[in-house]
Design a protein around this ligand. Structure first.
Ligand SMILES: [Zn+2]
Length: 132
């Protein structure tokens, strides 16, 4: 999603956060990432490291697809939500509404601390929920 930002920065296009940083764009990109992930994971599932760390041994291809799509959409939409707290140039609800009333709701420093903390606790939770 942030390749859009790099591209628009490179060519001095405004706003920097454009279609990829809308909830619709986030869901579409998350879905595309999910299908790419599903393709890669089903082609490499015989690899011992992939099977040990990334998928459950009893996962069916159908459950892998569902997990991938759900995770991709949540990832894409949450990216837009979290970015909308920082970037005033976004229009997350485009094409239904313009503007971003969430920008500046919390400080960037606090947001980064919360993101680091949630990443840390997410890692701990993932480690605890993994089957040996
Ligand atoms: Zn972004």
């Amino acid at each position: 999603m942030d390749c859009e930002v790099l591209y628009r920065l490179r060519f001095s296009l405004k706003p920097i956060h454009h279609l990829c940083h809308t909830y619709i764009g986030g869901a579409v990109i998350g879905s595309l990432a999910a299908f790419i992930w599903y393709f890669v994971i089903t082609r490499t599932s015989r690899n011992g490291l992939v099977r040990r760390f990334l998928i459950r041994p009893d996962s069916s291809t159908r459950s892998l697809l569902i997990d991938s799509v759900v995770s991709g959409v949540i990832g894409g939409v949450s990216h837009v939500f979290l970015d909308s707290l920082m970037h005033a140039d976004m229009h997350p609800f485009w094409p239904f509404a313009l503007g971003n009333s969430l920008a500046g709701l919390i400080g960037v420093g606090l947001l980064h601390i919360l993101l680091a903390a949630s990443g840390f606790f997410g890692l701990i939770l993932w480690l605890l929920m993994r089957e040996p």
